[in-house]
Design a protein around this ligand. Sequence first.
Ligand code: TPP
Length: 116
Amino acid sequence: MAVLKVSLSPQEYRGKKWVDWCPGCGNFGILAAETQAFAELGLDPRRIVVVSGIGCSSRMPDFLNVNGVHTLHGRAIPYAMGIKLADPSLEVVVNGGDGDLLGIGVGHFVSAGRYN
Ligand SMILES: Cc1ncc(C[n+]2csc(CCOP(=O)(O)OP(=O)(O)O)c2C)c(N)n1
């Protein structure tokens, strides 16, 4: 399937919600990097799915103007794999912290590597 490229600014990938991370939090840099990457790659926001688990970093889908799923603690990776299997043309991104993706979800992290 031909994938439509769009020309949007990083700001246009941002949602309208107020970001409630603490001042100076590293997640602001990740949010900025993510929107910049989407803009540079010309990704259609309707074709992006951001998947997260539990924690401050997992609020990311709330702050982006793309599709998002805020899933269970440590389970963002299997959700994301399921979405990608259902429609491989989607751009699927997982956001999460170390407590979420490693502390709770490390088994899924290893499985994702084994499945490549
Ligand atoms: C099922 C469940 N268990 C435990 C919690 C409590 N809890 C909230 S955030 C969190 C840890 C998140 O850690 P991390 O992935 O490092 O996220 P960060 O806030 O650093 O981004 C936990 C255990 C929860 N909300 N839900």
